[in-house]
Design a protein around this ligand. Structure first.
Ligand SMILES: NC(=O)c1ccc[n+]([C@@H]2O[C@H](COP(=O)([O-])OP(=O)(O)OC[C@H]3O[C@@H](n4cnc5c(N)ncnc54)[C@H](OP(=O)(O)O)[C@@H]3O)[C@@H](O)[C@H]2O)c1
Length: 317
Protein backbone atom coordinates (compact mmCIF):
# COMPACT_ATOMS: atom_id res chain seq x y z
CA UNK A 1 0.00 0.00 0.00
CA UNK A 2 1.02 3.65 -0.38
CA UNK A 3 2.26 5.37 2.78
CA UNK A 4 4.17 8.47 3.91
CA UNK A 5 7.71 7.40 4.86
CA UNK A 6 11.15 8.69 5.80
CA UNK A 7 14.47 6.89 5.85
CA UNK A 8 16.36 9.19 8.20
CA UNK A 9 15.63 11.98 10.68
CA UNK A 10 15.88 15.41 9.13
CA UNK A 11 14.03 18.34 7.52
CA UNK A 12 10.65 17.91 5.78
CA UNK A 13 12.45 16.91 2.55
CA UNK A 14 13.21 13.48 4.02
CA UNK A 15 9.50 12.61 3.65
CA UNK A 16 8.21 10.81 0.57
CA UNK A 17 5.31 8.67 -0.67
CA UNK A 18 6.48 5.05 -0.77
CA UNK A 19 5.16 1.52 -0.59
CA UNK A 20 4.91 -0.80 2.42
CA UNK A 21 3.12 -4.13 2.97
CA UNK A 22 -0.57 -3.89 3.86
CA UNK A 23 -1.13 -4.11 7.63
CA UNK A 24 -1.52 -7.58 9.01
CA UNK A 25 -4.64 -7.28 11.19
CA UNK A 26 -4.27 -9.32 14.40
CA UNK A 27 -7.29 -11.27 15.69
CA UNK A 28 -9.96 -8.78 16.79
CA UNK A 29 -8.37 -5.82 15.04
CA UNK A 30 -10.39 -3.71 12.64
CA UNK A 31 -9.03 -3.04 9.15
CA UNK A 32 -9.80 0.50 8.01
CA UNK A 33 -9.35 2.08 4.58
CA UNK A 34 -8.01 5.54 5.41
CA UNK A 35 -9.58 8.44 3.55
CA UNK A 36 -7.43 11.09 5.19
CA UNK A 37 -5.02 11.68 8.08
CA UNK A 38 -3.93 14.94 9.69
CA UNK A 39 -0.49 16.42 10.30
CA UNK A 40 0.13 17.05 14.00
CA UNK A 41 2.65 19.42 15.59
CA UNK A 42 4.32 16.63 17.54
CA UNK A 43 5.10 14.71 14.37
CA UNK A 44 7.42 17.48 13.20
CA UNK A 45 9.61 16.90 16.24
CA UNK A 46 9.55 13.14 15.64
CA UNK A 47 10.60 13.45 12.00
CA UNK A 48 13.34 15.95 12.89
CA UNK A 49 14.77 13.47 15.40
CA UNK A 50 14.27 15.84 18.34
CA UNK A 51 12.42 13.33 20.48
CA UNK A 52 14.29 10.14 19.63
CA UNK A 53 13.79 8.78 23.11
CA UNK A 54 10.04 8.76 22.43
CA UNK A 55 10.00 7.85 18.72
CA UNK A 56 12.54 5.11 19.34
CA UNK A 57 10.08 3.49 21.74
CA UNK A 58 7.19 4.03 19.32
CA UNK A 59 8.14 1.49 16.79
CA UNK A 60 10.35 -0.08 14.27
CA UNK A 61 13.46 1.32 12.63
CA UNK A 62 13.55 3.04 9.25
CA UNK A 63 11.67 3.59 7.09
CA UNK A 64 9.53 5.35 9.67
CA UNK A 65 5.91 6.30 9.17
CA UNK A 66 3.87 9.44 9.88
CA UNK A 67 0.29 10.16 10.94
CA UNK A 68 -1.43 9.55 14.27
CA UNK A 69 -5.12 9.95 13.46
CA UNK A 70 -7.40 9.10 10.57
CA UNK A 71 -10.93 9.06 9.20
CA UNK A 72 -12.02 6.26 6.90
CA UNK A 73 -14.19 3.27 6.23
CA UNK A 74 -14.22 -0.20 7.80
CA UNK A 75 -13.00 -2.89 5.40
CA UNK A 76 -13.00 -5.80 7.87
CA UNK A 77 -14.59 -5.40 11.33
CA UNK A 78 -12.38 -8.13 12.82
CA UNK A 79 -15.03 -9.77 14.97
CA UNK A 80 -18.67 -9.14 15.75
CA UNK A 81 -17.58 -7.84 19.21
CA UNK A 82 -16.24 -4.68 17.59
CA UNK A 83 -19.81 -3.48 16.98
CA UNK A 84 -18.72 -2.42 13.51
CA UNK A 85 -19.54 -3.60 10.01
CA UNK A 86 -17.80 -3.32 6.66
CA UNK A 87 -18.52 0.06 5.14
CA UNK A 88 -19.02 1.89 8.47
CA UNK A 89 -17.56 5.39 8.54
CA UNK A 90 -15.14 5.65 11.48
CA UNK A 91 -12.45 7.88 12.89
CA UNK A 92 -9.79 7.28 15.47
CA UNK A 93 -6.15 7.20 16.48
CA UNK A 94 -3.35 4.65 16.31
CA UNK A 95 -2.35 3.24 19.72
CA UNK A 96 0.87 5.12 20.50
CA UNK A 97 2.41 4.65 17.08
CA UNK A 98 2.72 6.51 13.78
CA UNK A 99 1.49 5.38 10.37
CA UNK A 100 -2.02 6.63 9.64
CA UNK A 101 -0.84 8.52 6.54
CA UNK A 102 -1.31 5.33 4.52
CA UNK A 103 -4.01 3.49 2.60
CA UNK A 104 -4.92 1.12 5.45
CA UNK A 105 -4.58 0.83 9.22
CA UNK A 106 -5.35 -2.12 11.49
CA UNK A 107 -6.37 -1.06 15.00
CA UNK A 108 -8.11 -2.48 18.07
CA UNK A 109 -11.79 -1.45 18.09
CA UNK A 110 -11.22 0.64 21.24
CA UNK A 111 -9.24 3.10 19.08
CA UNK A 112 -12.30 3.89 16.92
CA UNK A 113 -15.72 5.49 17.05
CA UNK A 114 -18.30 6.25 14.37
CA UNK A 115 -17.35 9.36 12.39
CA UNK A 116 -19.83 12.25 12.71
CA UNK A 117 -22.72 11.83 10.34
CA UNK A 118 -22.94 14.39 7.58
CA UNK A 119 -19.27 15.35 7.79
CA UNK A 120 -16.95 14.71 4.87
CA UNK A 121 -14.25 12.22 5.95
CA UNK A 122 -11.41 14.36 4.63
CA UNK A 123 -12.61 17.29 6.75
CA UNK A 124 -13.25 14.96 9.69
CA UNK A 125 -9.63 13.75 9.64
CA UNK A 126 -8.58 17.15 11.03
CA UNK A 127 -10.12 16.35 14.41
CA UNK A 128 -9.36 13.02 16.17
CA UNK A 129 -5.94 13.81 17.67
CA UNK A 130 -6.44 17.50 18.44
CA UNK A 131 -10.09 17.12 19.43
CA UNK A 132 -9.52 14.34 21.96
CA UNK A 133 -6.53 16.23 23.35
CA UNK A 134 -8.60 19.40 23.81
CA UNK A 135 -11.39 17.46 25.57
CA UNK A 136 -8.96 15.75 27.93
CA UNK A 137 -7.19 19.04 28.66
CA UNK A 138 -10.24 21.21 29.34
CA UNK A 139 -12.86 18.75 30.60
CA UNK A 140 -10.78 16.16 32.45
CA UNK A 141 -7.57 17.90 33.54
CA UNK A 142 -8.65 21.54 33.98
CA UNK A 143 -12.32 20.85 34.80
CA UNK A 144 -13.12 24.13 33.07
CA UNK A 145 -16.51 25.54 34.07
CA UNK A 146 -18.82 28.21 32.70
CA UNK A 147 -17.75 31.77 33.43
CA UNK A 148 -14.09 30.91 34.06
CA UNK A 149 -11.32 32.81 32.31
CA UNK A 150 -9.18 30.61 30.06
CA UNK A 151 -5.91 31.40 28.29
CA UNK A 152 -5.16 29.21 25.26
CA UNK A 153 -1.48 29.64 24.53
CA UNK A 154 -1.07 28.68 20.88
CA UNK A 155 -4.31 28.59 18.89
CA UNK A 156 -2.92 26.06 16.39
CA UNK A 157 -4.13 22.49 15.84
CA UNK A 158 -5.07 21.67 19.45
CA UNK A 159 -5.64 25.31 20.37
CA UNK A 160 -8.16 25.99 17.60
CA UNK A 161 -10.36 23.17 18.93
CA UNK A 162 -9.75 24.21 22.53
CA UNK A 163 -11.08 27.70 21.75
CA UNK A 164 -14.29 26.25 20.28
CA UNK A 165 -14.74 23.74 23.09
CA UNK A 166 -14.14 26.31 25.83
CA UNK A 167 -16.81 28.55 24.34
CA UNK A 168 -19.19 25.59 24.30
CA UNK A 169 -18.37 25.10 28.01
CA UNK A 170 -19.24 28.76 28.61
CA UNK A 171 -15.76 30.06 29.43
CA UNK A 172 -14.28 33.48 28.62
CA UNK A 173 -11.46 32.73 26.18
CA UNK A 174 -8.27 34.64 25.48
CA UNK A 175 -6.14 33.06 22.75
CA UNK A 176 -2.52 33.75 21.85
CA UNK A 177 -1.82 33.42 18.14
CA UNK A 178 0.33 34.83 15.36
CA UNK A 179 -0.53 38.34 14.07
CA UNK A 180 -2.05 37.15 10.78
CA UNK A 181 -4.36 34.69 12.55
CA UNK A 182 -5.99 36.98 15.11
CA UNK A 183 -9.21 37.48 13.11
CA UNK A 184 -9.34 33.77 12.35
CA UNK A 185 -9.12 32.97 16.08
CA UNK A 186 -11.86 35.48 16.90
CA UNK A 187 -13.94 33.75 14.22
CA UNK A 188 -13.57 30.51 16.18
CA UNK A 189 -15.21 32.27 19.11
CA UNK A 190 -12.30 33.66 21.15
CA UNK A 191 -13.37 36.68 23.19
CA UNK A 192 -9.86 38.09 22.88
CA UNK A 193 -7.12 37.23 20.40
CA UNK A 194 -3.63 38.44 21.23
CA UNK A 195 -0.43 38.45 19.15
CA UNK A 196 2.10 36.25 20.94
CA UNK A 197 5.03 38.06 19.30
CA UNK A 198 4.19 41.45 20.81
CA UNK A 199 2.43 40.58 24.08
CA UNK A 200 4.29 38.88 26.92
CA UNK A 201 2.76 37.10 29.91
CA UNK A 202 3.05 40.21 32.11
CA UNK A 203 0.47 42.00 29.93
CA UNK A 204 -2.18 39.30 29.90
CA UNK A 205 -3.93 39.46 33.28
CA UNK A 206 -5.19 36.63 35.47
CA UNK A 207 -6.74 33.32 34.40
CA UNK A 208 -8.56 30.46 36.07
CA UNK A 209 -7.13 28.03 33.53
CA UNK A 210 -4.08 28.20 31.27
CA UNK A 211 -3.78 25.67 28.45
CA UNK A 212 -0.22 25.72 27.13
CA UNK A 213 0.46 24.10 23.74
CA UNK A 214 3.89 25.72 23.27
CA UNK A 215 6.10 24.34 26.05
CA UNK A 216 8.51 27.25 26.57
CA UNK A 217 8.54 29.73 29.50
CA UNK A 218 6.03 27.68 31.49
CA UNK A 219 6.82 29.30 34.88
CA UNK A 220 5.88 32.76 33.54
CA UNK A 221 2.48 31.52 32.34
CA UNK A 222 1.88 29.51 35.50
CA UNK A 223 2.22 32.75 37.47
CA UNK A 224 -0.87 34.10 35.65
CA UNK A 225 -3.12 31.67 37.52
CA UNK A 226 -5.69 33.16 39.88
CA UNK A 227 -6.21 31.48 43.27
CA UNK A 228 -7.61 28.01 42.58
CA UNK A 229 -6.32 28.22 39.01
CA UNK A 230 -5.20 25.20 36.96
CA UNK A 231 -2.55 24.94 34.27
CA UNK A 232 -2.58 22.19 31.69
CA UNK A 233 0.55 21.74 29.58
CA UNK A 234 0.67 19.42 26.60
CA UNK A 235 4.03 20.35 25.03
CA UNK A 236 7.63 20.60 26.12
CA UNK A 237 10.55 22.71 24.91
CA UNK A 238 12.35 20.42 22.44
CA UNK A 239 15.37 22.76 22.27
CA UNK A 240 15.89 22.40 26.03
CA UNK A 241 14.49 18.94 26.46
CA UNK A 242 16.15 17.89 29.73
CA UNK A 243 15.38 21.17 31.56
CA UNK A 244 11.85 21.28 30.17
CA UNK A 245 11.01 17.71 31.12
CA UNK A 246 12.46 18.13 34.62
CA UNK A 247 10.39 21.30 35.16
CA UNK A 248 7.26 19.48 34.02
CA UNK A 249 8.04 16.49 36.22
CA UNK A 250 8.62 18.60 39.32
CA UNK A 251 5.73 21.00 38.70
CA UNK A 252 3.23 18.20 38.23
CA UNK A 253 4.08 16.91 41.71
CA UNK A 254 5.03 19.98 43.80
CA UNK A 255 3.78 23.50 44.33
CA UNK A 256 0.48 25.18 45.14
CA UNK A 257 -0.66 25.14 41.49
CA UNK A 258 0.52 21.85 40.08
CA UNK A 259 0.80 21.67 36.31
CA UNK A 260 -1.27 18.94 34.70
CA UNK A 261 0.71 17.28 31.91
CA UNK A 262 -0.55 14.28 30.00
CA UNK A 263 0.24 12.27 26.93
CA UNK A 264 -2.97 11.53 25.09
CA UNK A 265 -3.92 7.92 24.30
CA UNK A 266 -7.68 8.15 23.80
CA UNK A 267 -10.08 5.26 23.88
CA UNK A 268 -13.49 4.75 22.35
CA UNK A 269 -15.53 6.70 24.93
CA UNK A 270 -13.41 9.81 24.40
CA UNK A 271 -13.43 9.50 20.61
CA UNK A 272 -17.22 8.99 20.76
CA UNK A 273 -17.51 12.18 22.86
CA UNK A 274 -15.67 13.97 20.06
CA UNK A 275 -18.24 12.55 17.62
CA UNK A 276 -21.05 13.85 19.84
CA UNK A 277 -19.54 17.33 20.19
CA UNK A 278 -18.98 17.55 16.44
CA UNK A 279 -22.50 16.38 15.58
CA UNK A 280 -23.95 18.89 18.06
CA UNK A 281 -22.04 21.69 16.32
CA UNK A 282 -19.95 22.58 19.39
CA UNK A 283 -16.80 21.74 17.44
CA UNK A 284 -16.11 21.92 13.74
CA UNK A 285 -12.98 20.81 11.90
CA UNK A 286 -10.82 23.67 10.72
CA UNK A 287 -8.84 22.66 7.65
CA UNK A 288 -6.19 25.01 6.30
CA UNK A 289 -5.03 22.91 3.32
CA UNK A 290 -5.67 19.40 1.97
CA UNK A 291 -2.52 17.81 0.51
CA UNK A 292 -2.20 14.60 -1.52
CA UNK A 293 -0.05 11.87 0.03
CA UNK A 294 2.81 12.90 -2.26
CA UNK A 295 2.59 16.37 -0.67
CA UNK A 296 3.52 15.12 2.79
CA UNK A 297 6.86 17.01 2.79
CA UNK A 298 5.14 20.25 1.71
CA UNK A 299 2.58 19.84 4.51
CA UNK A 300 5.31 19.39 7.15
CA UNK A 301 7.26 22.32 5.68
CA UNK A 302 4.22 24.58 5.93
CA UNK A 303 3.37 23.60 9.51
CA UNK A 304 7.01 24.09 10.49
CA UNK A 305 7.03 27.56 8.90
CA UNK A 306 3.97 28.51 10.99
CA UNK A 307 0.89 30.60 10.44
CA UNK A 308 -1.34 27.60 9.64
CA UNK A 309 -5.06 28.10 10.32
CA UNK A 310 -6.22 24.94 12.05
CA UNK A 311 -4.95 21.78 10.41
CA UNK A 312 -3.26 20.38 7.35
CA UNK A 313 -4.90 17.17 6.15
CA UNK A 314 -3.40 14.46 3.93
CA UNK A 315 -5.94 13.00 1.52
CA UNK A 316 -5.28 9.33 0.79
CA UNK A 317 -8.21 8.22 -1.39
N1 LIG B 1 0.54 15.73 25.33
C1 LIG B 1 -0.30 15.37 24.37
O1 LIG B 1 -1.07 14.43 24.51
C2 LIG B 1 -0.30 16.16 23.08
C3 LIG B 1 -1.33 16.00 22.16
C4 LIG B 1 -1.32 16.79 21.00
C5 LIG B 1 -0.28 17.70 20.80
N2 LIG B 1 0.72 17.78 21.73
C6 LIG B 1 1.82 18.76 21.54
O2 LIG B 1 1.28 20.05 21.56
C7 LIG B 1 2.03 20.91 20.73
C8 LIG B 1 1.09 21.65 19.79
O3 LIG B 1 0.52 20.71 18.89
P1 LIG B 1 -0.39 21.22 17.69
O4 LIG B 1 -0.68 20.03 16.86
O5 LIG B 1 -1.49 22.06 18.20
O6 LIG B 1 0.69 22.15 16.91
P2 LIG B 1 0.46 23.33 15.87
O7 LIG B 1 -0.75 23.03 15.06
O8 LIG B 1 1.77 23.53 15.21
O9 LIG B 1 0.09 24.61 16.78
C9 LIG B 1 1.04 25.30 17.52
C10 LIG B 1 0.54 26.75 17.61
O10 LIG B 1 1.33 27.47 18.54
C11 LIG B 1 1.56 28.78 18.02
N3 LIG B 1 2.75 29.31 18.65
C12 LIG B 1 4.05 29.10 18.32
N4 LIG B 1 4.85 29.77 19.17
C13 LIG B 1 4.04 30.39 20.05
C14 LIG B 1 4.27 31.24 21.17
N5 LIG B 1 5.50 31.55 21.57
N6 LIG B 1 3.21 31.69 21.86
C15 LIG B 1 1.95 31.38 21.48
N7 LIG B 1 1.66 30.59 20.43
C16 LIG B 1 2.70 30.09 19.72
C17 LIG B 1 1.69 28.56 16.53
O11 LIG B 1 1.40 29.77 15.85
P3 LIG B 1 2.22 30.17 14.51
O12 LIG B 1 2.16 28.99 13.60
O13 LIG B 1 1.48 31.36 13.98
O14 LIG B 1 3.63 30.45 14.97
C18 LIG B 1 0.64 27.49 16.27
O15 LIG B 1 -0.60 28.07 15.98
C19 LIG B 1 3.07 20.04 20.03
O16 LIG B 1 4.30 20.16 20.70
C20 LIG B 1 2.53 18.64 20.21
O17 LIG B 1 3.54 17.66 20.28
C21 LIG B 1 0.72 17.04 22.85
Amino acid sequence: MRAALYDRYGPPDVLYEGTVPNPDAKPGEVLVRVHAASVNGGELLGRAGKVRLVTGLMGRGFPKRTGIDFAGEVVDPGSSDSGLAAGDRVWGLLPRSFGSAAEFVAVPPRQLAPAPSGLDLVQAAALPAVGTTAITALRDKARLTAGERLLVRGAGGVGSVAVQLAKAYGAHVTALAGAKNLDFVRGLGADEAVDYATTGPADLGRFDVVLDTVGTALPAYRRLLAPGGRMVAIAFDAENLAASLSYLLVSTVFGPRRVRFFSENPRRALIAELTRLTESGAIRPVVDTVYPLAGIAAAHRSLERGGVRGKHVIRIV
